[in-house]
Ligand binder design. Structure first.
Ligand code: XIL
Length: 350
C-alpha cells in the first residue's frame, strides 16, 4: 500500500482514538462543566504503590482530601515534632495533576497523640499546643491546601456540644479559637466545620446550623460546612436519614449564611454482600446526593471517602468485610453508583 494512503489511514485512526478519548466522560470532566469540584479521600502510600489507584484518581477527580495523614495522632506523634512526608507527597501529587487539596482535620475528638491524651496541661498550655499545631500545619501548606476541616464532629449525636479532651483542656471556646488560629496561619484558606448525620434538618443538623450561624454573626472566620454524607443504602433514596429535599433545605439555609457547603466523606454502605438490588439502590443514593448539590448554589464540592471498594474504612469500622460503599469496585471498574453520578452531572437540571 502506498505510503501516502497508509499515512492518511494512520491520521484517521489517531483522530478516532482522540475523539473516543474525548467522548468518554469522567466524573472530573462532567463536574467541571457544572463548576463543581469532585474529589476523594486519599492515602499517600496508595498513591506511591498502586499505579491503578493513582491513574484512576487523577482521571476521575480534581480534588483530594487527606483521609488520615494530617490528623494530629499521625502528624505530631511526638510533641512539637511534625512529620510532613505523607502530606508533602499528597500535595505534590495533587499539584502535579492540577488537583485541589482539602486538609482533614485539625481538631477532632479522636486521634489524639498519646503525649496529649495522657498529659496534664493548663488551659494556657493547651491553647499554645493547639495554636502551635495549627500554625505549623496550616502555615506549611499556605496557598497549597485550599480548604481545611478545622474542627470535626464537635456536636454530639443528640445535638449538644460533644465532650472532648480539647473542650476539657481549653473550654467551650476551643472551636472558635481553632478557626481564628487557622485563619491567622493562612488567611486565604477556606475554613470548614465538618460533621456527620447533620445532612438534613434533624436536631443535630439544627445544632450545627446554630453553631456556625453564631460564628458568622460574631465574625469568627468560617467559610463553610462539611456534610460528611456517610450513608447506609436508602438513607437518602428511601428517606431513612434525610430525603433529598431535606438536604437541599439544609444546604440552602447554610448558603443563606454566606457559607459554602462541601459534601466531604460520602460513602453508602450496606450489610452482607452487595447484591444487584443493593447496588441499584446505592446508585439512587449517589444520584440524589449529586442532584441535591447541583440544586444549591452554595454546594461547591462532592468528596467520596475513598473511591474504590478495594480501600475503604467501612469494613474496619462497621464490620462488613464485603462492604462495597464506593463508586468503583475492587478492580477499579465503575459501578451503578458511578454511572448514576455521571448521569446526574451530565443531565440533571434543577
Ligand atoms: C477514618 C479514616 O477513614 C480511617 O482510615 C482512620 O483509621 C479513622 O478515621 N469521620 C471522619 C473521618 O471525619 O476522619 C474518619 O476517617 C471517618 C469518619
Amino acid at each position: 500500500m502506498r505510503f501516502g494512503l497508509r499515512f492518511v489511514i494512520w491520521v484517521v485512526m489517531m483522530m478516532g482514538i482522540q475523539m473516543n478519548a474525548q467522548e468518554s466522560p469522567t466524573l472530573r470532566t462532567q463536574a467541571e462543566t457544572r463548576g463543581l469540584m469532585i474529589g476523594a479521600a486519599v492515602q499517600s502510600g496508595l498513591l506511591a504503590n498502586d499505579s491503578q489507584y493513582a491513574e484512576t484518581l487523577s482521571r476521575e477527580f480534581d480534588l483530594v482530601a487527606t483521609e488520615y495523614e494530617t490528623k494530629m495522632c499521625e502528624i505530631q506523634r511526638q510533641q512539637g515534632v511534625m512529620d510532613f512526608r505523607a502530606t508533602d507527597a499528597i500535595v505534590a501529587f495533587a499539584e502535579a495533576h492540577d488537583m485541589q487539596v482539602r486538609g482533614h482535620t485539625l481538631l477532632w475528638h479522636q486521634c489524639f497523640p498519646p503525649w496529649l491524651e495522657r498529659g496534664t496541661f493548663t488551659r494556657a498550655e493547651a491553647i499554645n499546643i493547639m495554636r502551635d499545631h495549627i500554625y505549623t500545619l496550616v502555615g506549611r501548606y499556605k496557598g497549597r491546601i485550599f480548604a481545611w476541616d478545622v474542627v470535626n464532629e464537635a456536636i454530639g449525636d443528640q445535638g449538644g456540644k460533644r465532650r472532648t479532651q480539647w473542650r476539657e483542656l481549653v473550654g467551650d471556646d476551643y472551636i472558635e479559637q481553632a478557626f481564628q488560629f487557622a485563619h491567622e496561619a493562612d488567611p486565604g484558606a477556606l475554613l470548614f466545620y465538618n460533621d456527620y448525620s447533620a445532612e438534613g434538618t434533624n436536631r443535630k443538623a439544627n445544632a450545627v446550623y446554630d453553631l456556625v450561624k453564631d460564628f458568622v454573626d460574631r465574625g469568627i472566620p468560617i467559610h463553610g460546612v462539611g456534610l460528611q454524607m456517610h450513608l447506609r443504602i436508602g438513607d437518602v433514596s428511601l428517606r431513612r436519614l434525610a430525603g433529598k429535599d431535606e438536604i437541599i433545605a439544609n444546604m440552602r439555609r447554610l448558603g443563606e449564611l454566606g457559607l459554602q457547603v462541601h459534601i466531604t466523606e460520602m460513602d453508602v454502605r450496606h450489610d452482607g454482600l452487595p447484591t444487584p438490588e443493593l447496588l441499584a439502590q446505592q446508585a439512587e443514593d449517589y444520584r440524589q446526593v449529586v442532584e441535591a448539590c447541583l440544586t444549591v448554589e452554595a454546594c461547591k464540592a462532592i468528596v467520596t471517602w475513598g473511591f474504590t471498594d478495594r480501600y475503604t474504612w467501612i469494613p474496619q469500622f462497621f464490620g462488613n468485610p464485603d462492604a462495597a460503599p464506593l463508586p468503583f469496585d475492587k478492580d477499579y471498574q465503575p459501578k451503578p453508583a458511578y454511572e448514576a453520578m455521571i448521569n446526574a452531572l451530565t443531565n440533571f437540571q434543577p
